[in-house]
Design a protein around this ligand. Structure first.
Ligand code: ADP
Ligand code: ZN
Length: 215
């Protein structure tokens, strides 16, 4: 089961993918998390990509493709995966096609006002990457992760100026890929128009699409 998730920044891809992973028993692979981990660990790659990420720009294809291929070669990804944040360019989509292929693409449709509300209130766990929201998905204890007890923080790219740039990049570079997968007959649309819709409800919708496809 090889699934890719599309949706603008703040559409909930990461939140839903991390829940689907435990339901489906295949890994959730987020290139955004991988990018943040390289930056946090101050690796050679991390030093090169920090500036792109901070500004809301895409990291060069070659770097991100290398990171992803390394991850897809690990044993747990052999049975399938849920990709979150990849592919984001035509070149990335073609590389994925050549190396492993895709069975299903989920497209999350979310209006801009919901996205901006989500991103400006989003908090992320420093230790495990779990995602919270000051309005809709509060941790049990302020600023502390429910799962691992780690500290919650606001991502550098969740600042208003950068949010707008990420939305522009999404429209320009990533939206055309939706048509690419639609033409292949692999795309399924899921809408979420309301900020307060609980994640469980969307996860349920995605699960029923998956059941239709894979039986
Ligand atoms: P978002 O919440 O905007 O969907 P992600 O967490 O997926 O963000 O990614 C954060 C940043 O990491 C991006 O703005 C970009 O700089 C970099 N990045 C992640 N995935 C990719 C990719 N597939 N190609 C290029 N850059 C990427
Ligand atoms: Zn945590």
């Amino acid at each position: 089961m090889r699934i890719v998730m599309f949706g603008p920044p703040g559409s909930g891809k990461g939140t839903y993918a991390s829940r689907l992973t435990s339901l489906l028993g295949i890994p959730h692979i987020s290139t955004g998390d991988m990018v943040r981990e390289e930056i946090r660990a101050q690796t050679e790659i991390g030093k090169i990509i920090k500036d792109y990420s901070d500004k809301g720009k895409l990291v060069p294809d070659e770097i991100i493709v290398n990171l992803l291929m390394r991850r897809l070669n690990e044993p747990d990804a052999k049975r399938g995966f849920i990709l979150d944040g990849f592919p984001r360019t035509m070149r990335q989509a073609e590389t994925l096609e050549e190396t492993s292929g895709v069975d299903l693409a989920i497209n999350l449709n979310v209006p801009d006002d919901v996205i901006i509300q989500r991103l400006s209130n989003r908090l992320v766990c420093k230790r495990c990457g779990a995602i919270y929201n000051k309005l809709t998905l509060k941790p049990k204890i302020d600023e502390i992760c429910d799962i691992c007890g780690g500290e919650l923080y606001q991502r550098d790219d969740d600042k208003p100026e950068v949010i707008q740039e990420r939305l522009n990049v999404y429209r320009r570079s990533t939206e055309p890929l939706i048509e690419y997968y639609r033409k292949k007959g692999l795309l399924r649309d899921i809408s979420c128009n309301n900020l307060m819709t609980p994640p469980e409800e969307i996860v349920e919708k995605i699960m029923s699409v998956i059941q239709e496809e894979f039986g």
